[in-house]
Design a protein around this ligand. Structure first.
Ligand SMILES: Cc1cc2nc3c(=O)[nH]c(=O)nc-3n(C[C@H](O)[C@H](O)[C@H](O)COP(=O)(O)OP(=O)(O)OC[C@H]3O[C@@H](n4cnc5c(N)ncnc54)[C@H](O)[C@@H]3O)c2cc1C
Ligand code: FES
Length: 305
């Protein structure tokens, strides 16, 4: 069960274009699994920012001098993340977690290709640790718009059999996107499974490439979230179930990890008409004139005349 913790900022540091915050959060760290996320209250006690902000878990340390710690990586996108980036060590911070479903791990040692986009690479590191502990081979593919928005390239190189880097501006690695290099990585590594986290466009491309190669693919999505605990339905997306039926599922509790080939990427943001419980359009069939009968007041008026 997730817990709410009145934690404490242990440290905040810059990592390229990102910020890394470590929070003392006993109770969260001990049960967190790769792929899960936390939500953080932002803005302090008098804020108008009511919604917690979700962040993928990067590092978990179950025990430390201060108790279990959780680290997450974030970029400044708006007021909430700007407030987080201005925190100081030892300030209190309100955190809930771990939330959501984690990545599933192969039972036997397997070759795993990990694909990350921008800060989406962060949750792949605890996953890589768990996979390596099971004897799996790791091949890393990471991409970003430019060099400073790559995350963890040196660590990825240390723990993986191969590392492929792409940047859209060509500042480092292959100029282009992860989808340009992924097919070659899948075939040269003889991959058994793909894990990915990053922007939705990247996840769509990765899922399609893995599907075309006949390789199982798990993705961690980042749909906009309000409550983060399954109540508000902000985060729903259409996903095909084992029975072939599409359901609108909540990415905060049914995800954020899904099988890539089950997500209907083209229909995200809509409720497809064939989804279970989707509102059906009302079809008005034109009636032949002869079947139109006077009713109600009109009928009684005609009878009176
Ligand atoms: C499961 C999950 C895991 C996430 N993990 C991380 C992470 O590890 N590191 C990180 O930096 N961010 C992560 N995000 C995105 C992060 O939650 C948002 O960037 C953050 O909430 C923005 O808050 P804000 O107040 O600064 O910006 P706001 O003022 O709320 O929004 C500013 C801009 O950010 C965009 N934004 C808001 N929420 C999201 C979102 N969920 N995804 C993409 N863009 C968003 C808005 O559309 C807007 O354009 C994650 C989101 C989810 C749902
Ligand atoms: S964010 Fe509220 S149900 Fe998912």
């Amino acid at each position: 069960m997730p817990v709410q913790v009145n934690g404490e900022v242990l440290s905040l540091r810059r990592v390229g274009a990102y910020h890394a915050m470590t929070v003392v959060a006993p109770g969260v760290a001990e049960i967190a699994k790769p792929g899960q996320f936390v939500t953080v209250a932002v803005g302090g006690p008098d804020t108008s920012m009511m919604m917690r902000r979700p962040f993928s878990i990067y590092q978990i340390r179950e025990r430390g001098v201060y108790g279990g710690t959780v680290e997450f990586i974030f970029s400044i996108e708006g007021r909430g993340t700007a407030w987080l980036a201005a925190r100081q060590a030892h300030e209190p911070i309100d955190i809930v977690g771990p939330l959501g479903k984690a990545f599933s791990l192969p039972r036997e040692p397997a070759t795993c290709v990990l694909v990350g986009g921008g800060y989406g690479t962060a949750p792949l590191f605890p996953l890589a640790d768990a996979l390596r502990a099971r004897g799996c081979r790791i091949d890393f593919v990471m991409g970003a718009s430019k060099e400073e928005r790559l995350f963890g390239a040196l660590d990825a190189k240390r723990i993986s059999a191969t590392l492929s880097v792409t940047t859209e501006d060509g500042s480092v690695g292959h100029r282009g996107r992860v989808s340009d290099v992924l097919p070659d990585v899948l075939s040269s590594s003889k991959a058994d499974v793909v894990y990915a986290c990053g922007p939705m466009g990247m996840l769509r491309a990765v899922s399609r490439i893995a599907d075309a190669a006949g390789i199982a693919c798990q993705i961690a999505v980042e749909e906009l979230m309000a409550c983060g605990v399954g109540v508000c339905m902000t985060c729903v997306l259409p996903v095909v179930g084992d029975d072939g039926v599409t359901r609108m599922v909540r990415s905060c509790v049914d995800g954020p990890v899904f099988h890539g080939d089950r997500v209907r990427f083209d229909d995200i943001g809509t409720i497809p008409a064939d989804a279970l419980g989707a509102p059906q359009p009302i079809v008005v069939k034109p009636q032949p004139r002869s079947s139109l009968k006077p009713t109600g007041q009109q009928a009684s008026a005609e009878v009176t005349r």
